[in-house]
Design a protein around this ligand. Structure first.
Ligand code: NDP
Length: 299
């Protein structure tokens, strides 16, 4: 069997075009242009790249974007006061604080300081709780898990009753993905570093989501023939010729001979993450006070 690829770039481009059209319509009807603020503390190159990509995506979709760059030695008090200003800024509908933060800052305190109604990353405990309860229209679903579910929907694979196995239980990927699959009535198993005989779980999976952070971790022998495999991993490896390259958590060459559907890396989950962040920012603007139909947007 040769797995069918799930083209995250094409699907994400469609979503971004949809956000652009809807944001333009919102601006025409209400005068409100959805705005996203990204706070970047320090000069971690990966964080700077992510923020740049988010800003570019916002601009291409016609959303307002603001980047607040703060030095690595910024105090927690200073960062919290910037977040408070953004919470009160009517031109900003979505706030993201790029993680990780420097060690002198308590990440939890910062995540809790973001207004839950502007928390487009979906990291505030109130929004995490809403995801856990399945109150998905009242919350912001974190972008990567939301993107994973959208990719699964694009395949047309039936989730109700499916055996779904999620490798990884992080707060930003594994756990919310498992909750979303559960709310879609899949039978969900979450595996982690304490799981015994991992392959006995993964081999039962109709839907397998790999979010472990280890290159080529999922081999063909771990995959049920015909399974839908979503590879979330982004791992930088160096080829024999010394060239750096990005690979996923799934051994693509092996698993593509066994799986029914498989996402590539790059070009699978990665592009979806930014597309879903834009959708969340649009949703935040629609729910903002003063927008006509804000009550409907919440429902
Ligand atoms: P974390 O490191 O936070 O979590 C990794 C998870 O994998 C943990 O739950 C850990 O278990 C589990 N794990 C590690 N080793 C094993 C093992 N040998 N067997 C079973 N489980 C194991 O990573 P993230 O969730 O943040 O990210 C996962 C991957 O996804 C990374 O490659 C990251 O770069 C990528 N990523 C991609 C995004 C995208 O947009 N495409 C967005 C976010 C992340 P335990 O909890 O027990 O330690």
């Amino acid at each position: 069997m040769t797995a069918r690829p799930i083209d995250g770039r094409e699907i994400a481009a469609r979503i971004r075009a949809g956000v652009a059209a809807e944001a333009a319509a919102l601006e025409r009807s209400s005068g409100i242009r959805p705005g996203l603020a990204a706070v970047l503390v320090g000069d971690d190159p990966a964080s700077a790249t992510y923020v740049k990509m988010k800003r570019k995506a916002c601009e291409e979709a016609g959303l307002a974007s603001r980047v607040i760059r703060l030095p690595a030695e910024t105090s927690q008090e200073e960062l919290l006061s910037r977040v408070t200003e953004l919470n009160a800024d009517p031109g900003i509908h979505g706030i993201l604080v790029q993680l990780p933060l420097p060690t002198q800052i308590d990440e939890r305190a910062v995540v809790r300081a973001v207004d839950p109604d502007k928390d487009v990353d979906g990291f505030h405990p109130l929004n995490v709780g809403r995801v856990a309860l399945g109150e998905l229209d009242e919350t912001f679903v974190p972008a990567t898990p939301a993107g994973i579910l959208r990719l699964l929907d694009e395949t047309g694979v039936e989730l109700r009753g499916a055996e779904a196995v999620v490798l990884g239980r992080s707060a930003i990927v594994g756990l919310p993905t498992a909750l979303l699959l559960l709310h879609r009535s899949a039978t969900v198993t979450i595996c982690h570093s304490g799981t015994r005989d991992l392959a006995s779980h993964t081999r039962r999976a109709d839907v397998l989501v790999a979010a472990v952070g280890k290159p080529g971790f999922v081999t063909a022998a771990m995959v049920k023939p015909g399974a839908t495999v979503i590879d979330v991993g982004i791992n930088r490896v160096t080829d024999g010729d010394g060239k750096p390259r990005l690979v996923g958590d799934v051994d693509f060459d092996q698993v593509s001979n066994v799986a029914g559907w498989l996402t590539p890396v790059p070009g699978g989950v990665g592009p979806m993450t930014i597309a879903m962040l834009l959708e969340n920012t649009l949703a935040a603007a629609r729910r903002a006070p003063g927008v006509m139909g804000a009550a409907e947007a919440r429902r």
